[in-house]
Design a protein around this ligand. Structure first.
Ligand code: ZN
Length: 144
């Protein structure tokens, strides 16, 4: 049974984790934020021509976040971030370019090593656009 948080995004995909054995059920406060987060993801999906998005990481409990080496202040722990790919639209770089060029509100947009897109919401809504590369870490702007 699937619990839909919005027309295209489910609670299950927003809380899935490879970290079996670790509790990744969101508390009520996080669930409320997840519902707001998927509404933004719906806007992203529309921006991407309604191409299906694959969520690779949504909510992370503090234990899961530690296990995957996430930032200690990660927006994933607040239910205000999603990592995803959208192969039918294009590469993570192409997705980032489309989001950066739109008027969507976000805090951080990160193109992660050509492998996935991190979209962080809430906080200061900085509209910060970054690229992450192994060894080089975070750099401002999008890189080819
Ligand atoms: Zn992320």
């Amino acid at each position: 049974m699937t619990t839909w948080l919005s027309p295209h995004f489910s609670l299950e995909e927003m809380t899935a984790t490879q970290q079996r054995g670790l509790d990744n059920r969101p508390p009520a406060s996080v669930l409320k934020r997840l519902k707001a987060t998927v509404l933004v993801l719906e806007d992203v999906r529309t921006l991407l021509g309604n191409a299906p998005m694959v969520i690779t990481s949504g909510y992370r409990s503090p234990a899961v976040n530690r296990a995957v080496g996430g930032s200690p202040t990660s927006a994933h722990m607040r239910g205000e971030a999603a990592d995803f790919i959208c192969p039918r639209f294009g590469s993570p770089l192409a997705v980032c370019r489309a989001i950066a060029a739109s008027d969507l509100r976000f805090d951080q947009l990160i193109e992660e090593a050509g492998a996935w897109v991190h979209l962080g919401l809430g906080g200061r809504w900085r509209r910060e656009v970054l690229s992450w590369r192994p060894g080089a870490g975070y750099q401002r702007g999008l890189r080819t």
